[in-house]
Structure formats: structure tokens, C-alpha cells
Write a protein that binds this ligand. Sequence first.
Ligand SMILES: N[C@@H](CCC(=O)N[C@@H](CS)C(=O)NCC(=O)O)C(=O)O
Length: 430
Amino acid sequence: MAAVKLFYSDAPGRGEIIRLVLSVAGVDFDDVRYKYEDWPKYKPEAPFGQAPFIEYNGKKYGQSVAIANFFSRENGLYGASNLEAFRIDEVAGLVQDLFTCLIPVFIEKDPAKKEELRAAMVKNDAPRFFGFFQKFLQENGTGYLVGNKLSLGDLIIYDMTTQLLKTFQYDAAADFPEIKTLVDNVEGNENIKAYIDSRKSVSCQPHHRQQSAAADSKATSAAKPRFKSKMAAVKLFYFDTPGRGELIRLVLAEAGVEFEDVRFKQEDWPKYKPEAPFGQSPFIEYNGKKRAQSVAIANFFARENGLYGANNLEAFRIDEVMGLMQDFFNFLVPVYMEKDPAKKEELRLAMVKNDAPRFFGFVLKLLQENGTGYFVGNKLSLADIIVYDMATQLRDVFSCDVAADFPEIKALVEKVSSNENIKKYIDSRK
Ligand SMILES: N[C@@H](CCC(=O)N[C@@H](CS)C(=O)NCC(=O)O)C(=O)O
């Protein structure tokens, strides 16, 4: 493995999971930590104007989840099967949702208001999410999230537990015995111990992590479609809108997986909500089990059907695109939810002017870099499908035609919509 340089502020935040993964894997990395006020110096270097980002083999990469996934796959921390990877992705999705709940608490300046928000988060959101993690751990029954060894999933839960304790005084390990066991298991890992010790002496200077024996480079084959198999029937539950469900429909359609597309009206959601594993949709029933988190579901079926790249670097690029599109989706939600027509139009215009060109500008650069008209290799992948999905939702729901401004995106949209299976699905949808 070539040396890695990680850029993030001198805080845990979204950077810590990468530090944990690299440490467990024994990967040599420069932990470049800067003070908050120095960020403007680093921002122009960040591929998507955000941190964390890394330099790896002389190239810059962004999106924390994509980076953590890449190094986890590279070092055997991403589960032993596609179903184990699916569970890890579910946890990653839940933690992203929990992060979204933490942000307003974190950025609130007024101390009384901040404490009020913190108390509400500690009372409601945190136990809800840790309740899900506890259930997963009980289900697996080994003290680890998947199998009988440490994985990215354990590190994600550990990271959240320690960050919540330190920053928000919420002690999940005190309330959930399985979380306590997991924290003990993670902290019992030799490499994590060494990392925690080194962290104590960290200033804002870049510091260097020592490489351990485990750092020998591994073949980049983990992301190959490993489990091409006859799929069991799938039932997908989502609102009768594209939203977060459409990506899954498109992936299943492209893969030729037969699925029951259960669509419901907004007012019928209370009937389905109790069935949803985390009280949210989309969710699926697969092999008699309910699973959720849209990205985890899409990743699972993409891996299962050869839509997740031909190697780990291609999978990394796909995860970057997925992360960018999830970030962008979060900007669409307030526009979609706004009830007041004037306010809604104001929000829409701002999104069309700022967020859409920014995010599609990033993905355009990635598309141009590959130069085949696809994001990776010379064939359709999950990345092409999500960009197609977002571009068409923008066009149809928000009257914003990014394809008109970016010819390569236009070509991609045309290519995806003329794909035989996708075309069949779109026609059936009408
Ligand atoms: N990160 C989750 C977010 C899911 C989410 O926010 N779902 C919304 C619909 S797009 C929902 O279920 N809202 C209804 C509710 O929370 O009761 C995912 O990607 O699946």
C-alpha cells in the first residue's frame, strides 16, 4: 500500500472513522490535522471542497464513507460476504442519519438553546439509533457486528459511541450492554490501542503513523462482484414517488431482478411504518427478512449483479459519486418539504443556482476524468445510475435541467435511459 495522507481538522468528526480504519489495518498514513481557522488554506486542495479528503498514490479523493469503504475492502474489514457488507452499509447509513441529527446541536451558538437541543437528542435520537445497533449485535451474537471478527461496522459504532460520549455526554455503553462489549473489543485491538495512545500526543502538526506487519498490500479484488447468484424475490416498499426509492428500482431493473414494487401514498405510510426496520422507507423484504437504508440496499444489489466496478479503485469512485449525490439529496429535502409556495420557489431557485451546479460540476469532472462516457471502466455501474436518477428527478420534480448545462451529463442520461432493461422499467412505470 502506498503512503496515504489524510486531511481533516484536529477533531474526530467525519475524519475519525478513516483514522480508525487505517490504524486497524496498519496502513502507514500522515494524519494531517489543521485548526478550524486554517481550513481556507486546505479547501482549494479538497476535490469536492470538503474535508476529510485524502491523497493516495498522488491523487486526491473525497467523501468520508467512500474512503473508509475503500480501505476496509482493501484490508479485509468489509465482511466476508455480500450479506455481511450489506449489514455494514446499513450501519453506515444509520450513522449518516444520526450525524444529520447531531449537526444542529453542534452548530448552535446560544448555550441554553444548545443544551435544550442536546438533551432532546440524548433522550430521543441517540437511544433510537443505538437500539438498532444493539439489535444487530444481539442478532449476530459474537460481540462483533458481522462474523466473529472486527469490521468497519464495529469501528463505525465505536466511533459514534466515543464521539457522543465526548461531545454530547451521551453514554451508549452504559445503557446498552452489547455496545459496551463492542467498545471493549475494539479497544482491545492492538493497533487501535497504539492509535489511541498516539492520538493523546497529537498536536495540530501532521504526525506520522507507523506501519505494522498487517500493512502488506492486498490484492484489490474485494469489490469484484463476488456472489453472482440467482436472486430470491425482492419486495421493495416506498412512496409512490422517485425520492430515495428510485435508485433501488433502477438498480433492480437494470440487473433484471424480479421485484414487487410496493408503492404507497403519503397518507398510507403509518400502515407501513411499523414494518420498516428503522421506521423509514425505502425498505425491502428479501429472503423473508426486512432490510433498510437506501444506499446499503442499492450497494448490495449492485455488488450482487456486477454494477459496483471491476476493482476496489472503481468501487471507491462509485462510492464517491454515491456520497456526493447523497449530500446533494439532503439539499433537495427542504425544498421538497416546504409547504408555502413562495418560500418553496425561493428555496428551489437557490438550489438551482447554487447546489445543483456545484454537485453536478463535481461529478462531471469525475466523468470527464474517466473519459468513456461512464464513471468507471467502459460499462454501466451504480454511479451512472445514481447520477441519471438525480438528474431526472431534478428535471421532473424541480424543473432543473442539469443535462442542458453539461453535455456529458446529457449524454449519460441518454445512455442510461436507452439501456434496454431501464427502458423497459421506465415504460412500465408510465
Ligand atoms: N438514510 C435513509 C433515509 C431514509 C429517509 O429519510 N426516508 C424518508 C423518505 S425519503 C422517510 O421514511 N420518511 C418518513 C418517516 O421518517 O416517517 C435512507 O437512505 O434510506
